[in-house]
Ligand binder design. Sequence first.
Ligand SMILES: [Zn+2]
Length: 339
Amino acid sequence: MSVGKKPLPPAPDGLPVYRPQEVPPGLLHKTALGEKGLKPAAGQKPLGYLRYYRDKLAPLYQESVAVPKRVLSAEHRAKLQQAAARRFACPGCGSDMRDHPAPPWGVPGRCADCAHRTVEQRIAADRAEAVTWAQEVIAGARGAYLLGDTETAWLHGPLCELALTDIRGRRVFSRLINPQADIHPDAQAIHGISNDMVRDAPTFAELFAELSALLAGTRVLFWNADYDVPVLRREAVRHFGLPWSTTGHAAQSAGPTAAHRYEQARQWMATWDSECLMEWHAQFWGAFDPQEWNYRWQKLGGDHRALGDCRTMAQRLAEMSEADSGSSRRGAATKHRRP
Ligand SMILES: [Zn+2]
């Protein structure tokens, strides 16, 4: 465990701090001294610290300088030992947490082994939940789902392409859309949609009735719903006669007409629902990030055209539903196993 590990930084008082395996011979913490019938002598100063359970420090005393404790009855002594054992016992397995290195995953109040097990169990349960969800979505047990994807004229910009497919990736809607603004070269470099391609395409307003009918009562899965849904919300706001990217807050301060138009857009958005496939897939994939205490998002790996991305999403969803919910995780669960 300690091989190749950098020494810990010293304590605020300048004394060295050791991991359990690094404590030099002859240095003991108070409890260990007590177990040998010893206690620090009057005025005896610690020579360093033991770091136990994450960042707690126990002062270490030189055993050869320590003095015998007041002799206790065997009964009293056993009681004290039990109390110490209870205080440092892992609630998971009962082992003495001072014997363990700091848990790598920050599960409070657990020894490193139990912290690891706790996270493993959570990852397995989360994966099983995601597999069940995908199976229910595909079986239609969770209502009418569509897959959706947007391409935009720039990051957070107006729509230049929208596709909707059914849950198997079959085309429901796929159109280039005139964004009524120039497509930024950076965006074009990603999706390949040029100004020429959308010049004669219909506007969102011209597609509005058709889209409203398709979307009504459905739940649309986007790979990153936090991106795509606001794109559509801004289009709806623009459709109902507000300037591009007007927010509800701005609309309310712009007077009753603007507030009314924003309310129309809000009501349209409420005629359909959305969910994020990327979040479910991350939970399924199981690349657990102990810093964030969450799962890392994975790239979709589509072709960055709306219909192609919908079809790739259908593949991801199918893979999730066909997976064994119990085992064979592909994530970072093993990558983060403590050394
Ligand atoms: Zn434990």
